[in-house]
Design a protein around this ligand. Structure first.
Ligand code: ADP
Ligand code: MG
Ligand code: ZN
Length: 480
């Protein structure tokens, strides 16, 4: 409690453009090593980069979603360093004029609502990968030149919980914008954690100035991030308490051991000998381009939630679950559009569909259901053609084998009996067979009606139309 933890994040998001940032090579994950490379991304001398326009679109989309100022005239800079995964020996990045600046993101965590300031978003190219195997090191350049956005916050976080809330929200936005698939295990979303500690009450009684920070890399899951934050804050506090000082360095998190190790002392910008990238012209983003991107921005999750609650009358909890994954909210909206019933659509997705996803271990992003088939089934229920058991059964058939609902209902005789004469016959026989219950009913025992109704439905083998059965049973009871 004596110390406050201060955290700032640098998140790298690999963009899901089809091709790389300065050449036409595919950005797809994996592949045989060094098969998705050309002279440009392999850094051959004399080659020239050509900027992929989609990268700008994606960067501006994110900037607008995060309330940033868009730099209308921005440029690229060279960050020079030698490392075997970077064949060019420099990375094209942005130092002086990043494409987006001064944004914000509101988060909600255990400590309440908070606005995190986004310092900047800049574009850069990814490096390759080194594979260490049997004492040898191999180089795979497939990832060289995959476009990245680096999203840098101010040191606004005070605990792991806030960090996770921010990352969750950022991930949701990246996915809704369809600019990054956010697979942490494949490295398409990576977070570096900058952390320092300070005494809450310095000599003046006010919090001290920010302390010296370390930067942690190699954090591949939310879990690892939380553990690394815990470990690093303890390490720094113990170091200070025992009279030592924290040095500014980059540390590598070892998730198996649950500890971090110093990798290198932190470089300053000048160590990289940045200079303007001479092979790329400054970039001018005109009003028209900006407007086109703005006009095509998709509705983000938090706005969807508000709309589901306000317009569709769903509860906050229902709206939250339906918008957690874009694929699910897209399906929900398509089913709602076609069935005309948001409440029934939500009920079906939150109930039967999610149950089936659970039992079959289907991930939300892999869910593929034909919205027309689900809305057809919903209309059948609402029109009194099938009951809810049949709806469940038919939904399962659609889920498992993409069955044609109309055929499935016919083949399995799921259509409800709506024939008045037949239902009345069964109701009369139930009345005749249960004089005790009939008497209870006339004596005002409501339970007795439920019992009689149950018997009638049983006689109809579950496929009777309950509305009609109820009406006829009431009529017949009046006469008894
Ligand atoms: P550099 O230029 O060395 O990369 P920056 O000033 O750009 O450093 O900051 C990098 C990240 O470190 C940012 O996310 C920022 O919020 C965070 N940061 C800066 N100072 C501190 C600090 N004292 N404690 C924790 N995080 C910090
Ligand atoms: Mg930095
Ligand atoms: Zn290439």
């Amino acid at each position: 409690m004596k110390y406050e933890v201060v955290i700032g994040l640098e998140v790298h998001a690999e963009l899901s453009t089809g091709s790389k940032i300065f050449c036409g090579c595919s950005t797809e994950f994996g592949g045989e090593p060094n098969t998705r490379v050309c002279p440009v991304c392999a850094g051959m001398p004399g080659t020239l980069p050509r900027l992929n326009r989609a990268v700008i679109d994606y960067a501006v989309r994110l900037g607008l979603a995060l309330n940033c100022e868009i730099t209308r005239r921005c440029k690229f800079d060279r960050k020079n360093y030698f490392y075997p995964d970077l064949p060019k020996a420099y990375q094209v990045s942005q130092l002086y004029l990043p494409i987006c600046r001064d944004g914000s993101l509101e988060i909600e965590s255990d400590s309440g609502m908070k606005t995190i300031t986004i310092r900047e978003i800049h574009m850069e190219e990814d490096a390759g990968k080194l594979i260490h195997e049997g004492g040898e090191t191999y180089m795979d350049f497939n990832r060289c030149g995959v476009p990245l956005l680096e999203i840098v916050t101010q040191p606004d976080f005070r605990n792991a919980d806030e960090v996770n809330a921010y990352l969750e929200k950022l991930r949701e936005i990246l996915k809704y914008l369809e600019i990054c698939d956010c697979k942490m295990q494949e490295g398409s979303l990576r977070a570096d954690v900058n952390l320092s500690v300070r005494r809450r009450f310095g000599e003046s009684g006010e919090p001290e100035e920010y302390g010296v920070r370390t930067e942690m890399k190699n954090l591949n899951s939310f879990k690892a991030i939380s553990r690394a934050i815990e470990y690093e804050s303890q390490r720094q506090i113990e170091l200070i308490e025992s009279g030592g000082t924290v040095i500014q360095e980059t540390r590598r998190w070892d998730d198996e051991k649950g500890e971090s190790h110093g990798m290198r002392s932190k470089e300053d910008a000048q160590d990289y000998r940045y200079f303007p990238e001479p092979d790329l012209l400054p970039l001018e983003i005109d009003e028209e381009w900006l407007e086109r991107i703005r006009a095509n921005l998709p509705e983000l999750a938090h706005l969807k939630r508000e709309r589901y609650i306000g317009e569709y009358k769903l509860s906050a909890a229902e709206a939250a679950i339906l918008t957690e994954h874009k694929n699910i909210s897209d399906l929900f909206e398509a089913v709602t559009r076609e069935s005309g019933s948001p409440i029934e659509s939500a009920r079906l997705l939150l109930g039967e569909v999610m149950r089936l996803m659970n039992t079959t271990n289907t991930l939300p992003e892999d869910l593929k259901l034909d919205p027309s088939k689900l809305s057809y089934l919903i209309r059948q229920v609402e029109g009194g053609k099938i009951n809810r058991d049949a709806l469940k059964q038919a939904t399962e058939a659609v889920f498992v084998s993409n069955a044609e609902p109309a055929d499935y209902i016919a083949e399995n005789q799921l259509e409800m009996l709506s024939d008045d004469t037949l239902i009345a016959e069964k109701a009369q026989s139930v009345i005749d067979a249960n004089p005790g219950a009939v008497e209870d009913y006339h004596n005002g025992k409501t339970k007795a009606f439920g019992f009689l109704m149950g018997q009638v439905m049983k006689q109809l083998a579950g496929s009777g139309n309950p509305e009609i059965a109820k009406r006829l049973l009431l009529e017949l009871l009046q006469k008894t």
